[in-house]
Design a protein around this ligand. Structure first.
Ligand code: CP
Ligand code: NVA
Length: 308
């Protein structure tokens, strides 16, 4: 079963093929209206369930549009409106859903929910974000880097901010795609050590550098994300802002990266907190391509899951 649960759990050759397929499908559409189907209709007759236990704009819309462009049908479901949100087990939900649909994408809180869904589903399951990782986002990010600058292998990626779920998928990707990764952020918000150890074990150079200005020296790509994630308690907001303020990505920080460095943010952004508008809208930023590429990269993920 081709579940897409995390980048570190997926074969590197398959990951590479998905990125290449994303580029090819993007090129093949060549600016045609979004509502027009692809020439190729590999999902004809397929039904895809998109389950959300947290808010979403990009993930919801890009999966929905992508599946429809490939000829499939979708249903977008809110976890709170399902029996899942009222005591039915994940395992039973997975068994039942598998009788109706060909693929399940789920955005949830606990990683255990995703894993239980995958264990009991008899159709492929895609991770649309958990508290611990966000693999679809980083597939789009790799695609975006390579679209602008060529192979990411051997490049220096710097993450400035919270050691969160999106960072974790970057760490997974550093091991699989072979790029160097530097985390810079306050010690209390360090990523789980296992993410760094795993990447290191796969031969990637991953390190922590407390000084953001030293961290970004020679960076090919600078990335950040919100200072308070959806699963973080709002009561932690002020403390996190105080801890993370020195790690804001602003023009002064970007000036220390390579002159042709790219800037990415998975969005949604809190402008002038984790990144200034000057950077988000400035010459290094590729955030709109990054958002668009969720569509193309995920179409490739869906095809790989279904083997079509
Ligand atoms: N980046 C991302 O996953 O955005 P959404 O929360 O809008 O889906
Ligand atoms: N780290 C963020 C990513 C949102 C796409 C969150 O989990 O809220």
């Amino acid at each position: 079963m081709n579940h897409f649960l995390d980048i570190n759990k997926t074969d590197p050759a398959a990951l590479r093929a998905m990125i290449d397929a994303g580029h090819a499908m993007k090129a093949a559409r060549n600016g045609r209206p979004k509502g027009l189907p692809d020439d190729d209709q590999p999902l004809a007759g397929r039904m895809v369930a998109l389950i959300f236990e947290k808010p979403s704009t990009r993930t919801r819309v890009s999966f929905d549009v992508g599946v429809r462009q490939m000829g499939g049908q979708t249903m977008v479901l809110s976890g709170a409106d399902m029996q899942l949100g009222h005591g039915e087990t994940i395992a039973d939900t997975a068994r039942v859903m598998s009788r109706y649909v060909d693929l399940i994408m789920i955005r949830t809180f606990e990683e255990a929910t995703l894993l239980e869904m995958a264990e009991h589903a008899t159709v492929p399951v895609i991770n649309g974000l958990t508290n611990r990782s966000h693999p679809c986002q980083i597939m789009a990010d790799i695609m975006t880097y390579e679209e602008h600058r060529g192979p990411i292998r051997g490049r220096k990626v710097v993450w400035s901010g919270d050691g969160n779920n999106v960072f974790a998928s970057f760490a997974h990707a550093s091991g699989q795609f072979g790029f160097d990764l530097t985390f810079t952020g306050p010690e209390p918000l360090d990523p789980e050590q296992i993410f760094l150890d795993e990447a290191h074990a796969k031969g990637a150079t991953v390190r922590i550098e407390r000084d953001p200005f030293r961290a970004v020296e020679g960076a090919d790509l600078v990335v950040t994300d919100t200072w308070v994630s959806m699963h973080d308690p709002q009561s932690a907001r002020e403390r996190r802002h105080n801890q993370l303020r020195p790690y804001q990505v602003n023009e002064t920080l970007m000036a220390r990266a390579k002159p042709d460095a790219l800037f990415m943010h998975c969005l949604p952004a809190h402008r002038d907190d984790e990144a200034t508008s000057a950077v988000m809208d400035g010459p290094h930023s590729v955030i709109w391509d990054e958002a668009e590429n969720r569509l193309h990269a995920q179409k490739a993920v869906v095809r790989w899951c279904l083997g079509v």
